[in-house]
Design a protein around this ligand. Structure first.
Ligand code: 1HE
Length: 261
């Protein structure tokens, strides 16, 4: 799905890793409809051979959120619902992509930009990143799944604080609270995300798929349903030829051991 990318999305490739850039720096990578539709199309139909995606923003900011120019005009409730649902579908395509998605966060990670980051699996924040939910100041509300996903990262009380008081979180605060798994110095986010993406790309495909598709459902299930699903998933993963080869490789001392530090 590279032929139909809008000009606001630019794709590069590093072996099995796709690097997708938000390419609208002049508008601080604000998300307009064509970009949202482009994201949905890309993640639903990844290029052949891609095993991980790194999503980043060109310019000084990751993303200034919803393109506010696209929601001004004659109020239309029905259109408003469909617009938000379009975002949901796009960000769902990211969350449930067939491969892991890493985001590089720098500068503004605000509103819909925070929602976008929250739909990815691993967030790498550069020291310049800051998180904000300025919807209250604009008179609008979260519409890209942020009410579901962001509280799962930083908790309802902190989301309420951001939305009610206009508080921003520094990269360090965001990292401490769970908005990002990694914190790196300025300018190093892309290299770090790429390194992590290559590691993930080297895992067994079925295990990665299970981590993205099964794990979140299991974690939200009742314990008994979750444990049963886990057993099914474990049996499916073990039965793949790739798993069997990897297990043999370890037992025959051909595989890497775990290293720490
Ligand atoms: C935009 C947008 C945007 C910038 N929609 N055009 N998001 C916000 O409330 C964030 C609004 N943006 C900002 O607060 C600032 O732009 C930034 C702090 C991110 C960056 O500041 P700065 O000084 O680097 O840039 P700027 O001069 O403010 O913006 C440069 C241009 O980008 C300018 O347009 P220009 O034609 O005058 O050059 C800005 O108008 C434009 N721009 N951000 C449209 N967001 C599914 S619901 C999600 C709900 C939300 O996302 S709410 C949060 C919306």
């Amino acid at each position: 799905m590279t032929d139909h990318l809008p000009p606001t999305l630019v794709l590069e490739r590093d072996g099995p890793v796709a690097l997708l850039a938000l390419n609208r720096a002049e508008k601080r990578n604000a998300l307009d409809d064509r970009t949202i539709l482009g994201l949905a199309a890309f993640f639903r139909n990844l290029p052949e051979g891609i095993r991980a995606v790194v999503l980043h923003g060109r310019g000084d900011h990751f993303c200034a959120g919803l393109d506010l120019g696209e929601v001004t005009g004659e109020p239309d409730l029905f259109k408003g619902i469909l617009h938000s649902r379009m975002w949901h579908e796009a960000f769902r395509a990211i969350q449930y992509a067939s491969v892991p998605v890493f985001t590089v966060l720098h500068g503004a990670v605000v509103g819909g930009g925070f929602e976008l980051a929250a739909a990815s699996h691993i967030r790498v924040a550069e020291a310049s990143a800051y998180f904000a939910l300025p919807e209250g100041q604009r008179g609008i509300f979260l519409g890209g799944g942020g009410s579901m996903r962001i509280p799962r990262l930083i908790g309802v009380p902190m989301v309420q604080d951001l939305m009610l008081t206009g508080r921003t979180l520094s990269a360090e605060e965001g990292h401490r609270m769970g908005a990002a798994q990694y914190l790196v110095p300025g300018g190093q986010g892309r290299a770090k995300a790429l390194e992590l993406a290559h590691k993930a790309a080297g895992n067994a495909r079925m295990t990665n798929y299970a981590v993205l598709q099964a794990l979140p459902h299991i974690a939200e299930s009742s314990p008994e349903a979750g444990l049963f699903t886990e057993s099914l998933m474990a049996a499916i993963a073990e039965a793949t030829p790739e798993a069997q080869e990897r297990l043999r490789a370890f037992l025959e001392k051909r595989a890497r051991k775990i290293t720490h530090g």
